[in-house]
Design a protein around this ligand. Sequence first.
Ligand SMILES: [Zn+2]
Length: 116
Amino acid sequence: MTSAQCCVDETCYTCRYWREKSEWAANGDRVTDPSGIMNGAPVARVDGQHFILKPYDQTGDRQWLGFRGRELTFRFNDGREVVSNDVWSQGEIPTRFRERLPDNAVIVSQPQEVTT
Ligand SMILES: [Zn+2]
């Protein structure tokens, strides 16, 4: 199976996974997960990688945070900047989904070294 040839009707696990992200993109680049804690969280796509930017975590317990609490600043194509220390990566967007999931942001901060 190559990235260009997957299942014909996009019903396999991988396709369903990325179809969900496509729905988020159509929802103004926000997670739609009405029963989940990530509902409404912004999503960023940078160099074909997909990220969920969870709200800035102030509890200080970094071990459970995305990227272990590294603070990242995302600048969206509309100029908006979102800072999060709880960024979750969903991995690389398959080529066949790139049209539906175009890059919408860049990372403007370098990841900070975090001492644990
Ligand atoms: Zn598929």
